[in-house]
Design a protein around this ligand. Structure first.
Ligand SMILES: Nc1ncnc2c1ncn2[C@@H]1O[C@H](COP(=O)(O)OP(=O)(O)OP(=O)(O)O)[C@@H](O)[C@H]1O
Length: 247
């Protein structure tokens, strides 16, 4: 399915220094292309989730000295979808009610038909009436994915959204997210070089101090897993990540 970019999807730039307890976590200049997927990788603890939380306007436990701006100069607040590393599902609500919670909180009538369709696409149609406690970790992650896709925001931040999924389901959910979020400005944090090689228009690798671009394949995403340029990017990126880890 071909869809045009969301005209409301801006580029985003985060430029500045983030510190925690008097020490600098990172000093970065990160630019997300408008209506593109940017994949952010790097060793554990380097600050990837912190970048997402800063863009989302959430507390990070530290202080940021810099700017976070959208290319259309409009506020980022209010046009952003965020999927955290932990699923953040409301334990007392059903899966369906979790997926439509955004509309309910805004006092809007939820679009249950779209929610059902998304639950179908993430393989949870038969589980819509269950509470999160009755789901496996991977099922909860798919419910959280359905919730962020439901929001249909022009800017979407995804923190390891496929990490709890088996390999086949992960590939399916990557394809679903690429389809539904086509034309949105997406920042995806991942530890998986294969995922970045498949999904990224742009790939960034965070080291202890900064985020540097890594060449993504020249073909447009989403790319076939077995395509030579996907595999070449994946293996070179893995080698690079191991060097960054060791540094
Ligand atoms: N609320 C907080 N208060 C204090 N320190 C924090 C807080 N959240 C994160 N940190 C610290 O900030 C650093 C970066 O954390 P962050 O979660 O951004 O890393 P990450 O690169 O996303 O790691 P991972 O790949 O393991 O998810 C870590 O050293 C972490 O301990």
């Amino acid at each position: 399915m071909t869809r045009n970019p969301d005209p409301a999807a801006p580029g985003i730039r985060l430029c500045g220094t983030h510190g925690i307890a008097q020490s600098v976590l990172f000093d970065a200049d990160i630019a997300l292309g408008a209506a593109e997927w940017t994949c952010l990788l790097g060793p554990s603890g380097v600050g990837k989730s912190t970048v997402l939380r800063l863009i989302a306007g959430l507390d990070t436990g530290g202080a940021f000295d810099g700017t976070i701006t959208a290319s259309d100069a409009a506020p980022i607040e209010g046009r952003l979808g965020y999927m955290a590393q932990s699923d953040l599902l409301m334990p007392w609500l059903s899966v369906m009610d979790n997926v439509v919670i955004g509309a309910k909180l805004r006092g809007e009538a939820p679009d249950h038909a779209r929610a059902r369709s998304l639950l179908d696409r993430v393989g949870l149609r038969a589980h819509a009436d269950k509470t999160p406690a009755a789901l496996s970790g991977g099922m909860r992650q798919r419910a959280a994915l359905a919730r962020v896709l439901m929001e249909d925001r022009p800017i979407v931040l995804l923190d390891e959204p496929f990490s709890a999924l088996d390999a086949g389901t992960r590939a399916d959910m990557q394809e679903l997210a690429a389809e539904v979020l086509h034309g949105k400005t997406v920042l995806l944090v991942t530890h998986d070089p294969a995922e970045a090689a498949r999904l990224g228009h742009q790939i960034l690798v965070m080291s202890a101090q900064e985020a540097t671009p890594w060449p993504a394949p020249s073909t447009p995403p989403i790319r076939a897993i077995e395509a030579p340029d996907t595999l070449a990017c994946q293996s070179a990126l893995l080698a690079h990540l191991r060097e960054v880890q060791a540094a």
